[in-house]
Write a protein that binds this ligand. Structure first.
Ligand code: SF4
Length: 229
């Protein structure tokens, strides 16, 4: 998986104390994105999925933390790695939250094949635009790749407890909700046991957690528009 960092404890990206993961790679390029340095899917940031999952489990056990948030970047632009990491860590977490710039309808549509292509789900950066019926001879490798990604999106969706979906729209950043950057984004809670926790988080005002991490300082949380920050 392409990873920028993981940090704990984080208290500003979902209910309770959590591990937060920032993945690398996002093709949406939303205006005003808080993490544009994470857009490029830099292969140098790759970490073996199994090793990364082990590291997260170790962090969880060491800190007594059973909640985790995946942000980025867009974790769903690496669906196969995301599915593998989620499957490995699932038994060690009670609450897995993923932020994505896709809508849940796009993810479901891509997973079930009713949506032929999804930006960022192409075979690398390249030729996702050519429908199979227009190719001769068909590029089976390419379509096998897409089939794997569809399966992985479905698997990943089945392994998470909550999803914050949709692109960030700067003009819709009302500075209010502690869990989403703009009002078009939706918080989907799939695990009924966590619904009260998420409802409580949704009613909290925004707050930012400033931490010292390695040789840098990080501001963690949902930020206001630049002029409001
Ligand atoms: S989807 Fe998220 S990470 Fe990607 S550009 Fe938009 S705000 Fe940034």
């Amino acid at each position: 998986m392409l990873i920028d960092r993981a940090y704990a404890p984080v208290v500003t990206l979902g209910p309770g104390q959590r591990i937060a993961v920032w993945t690398v790679g996002c093709s949406k390029q939303c205006k005003g994105c808080a993490n544009p340095e994470l857009w490029r899917a830099d292969p140098a940031r790759e970490m073996d999925d199994a090793q990364f999952a082990d590291a997260l489990i170790g962090m969880a056990q060491q800190g007594g933390i059973r909640r985790i948030t995946f942000s980025g970047g867009d974790p769903f632009e690496q669906p196969e790695s995301l599915a593998r990491v989620l499957a490995a860590i699932r038994p060690f977490f009670d609450d897995i939250l993923v932020y994505t710039g896709y809508t849940i309808e796009e993810l479901h549509g891509f997973a079930d094949g009713t949506l032929a292509h999804l930006r960022g789900m192409s075979h690398g950066d390249a030729p996702c635009a050519v429908p199979q019926s227009h190719q001769f001879p068909p590029d089976w490798t390419h379509h096998a790749c897409l089939a794997r990604k569809r399966t992985a999106v479905k698997t990943a969706l089945g392994l998470i407890d909550a999803l914050v979906d949709g692109p960030y729209v700067e003009s819709l950043n009302d500075g209010v909700c502690a869990m989403r950057g703009s009002s078009n984004q939706r918080v989907h809670v799939f695990n009924d046991a966590l619904r009260d926790d998420y409802n409580a988080s949704l009613e909290q005002p925004r707050r930012i957690q400033n931490v010292h991490f390695g040789d840098t300082f990080m501001s963690i949380g949902i930020h206001g528009r630049p002029q409001e920050a």
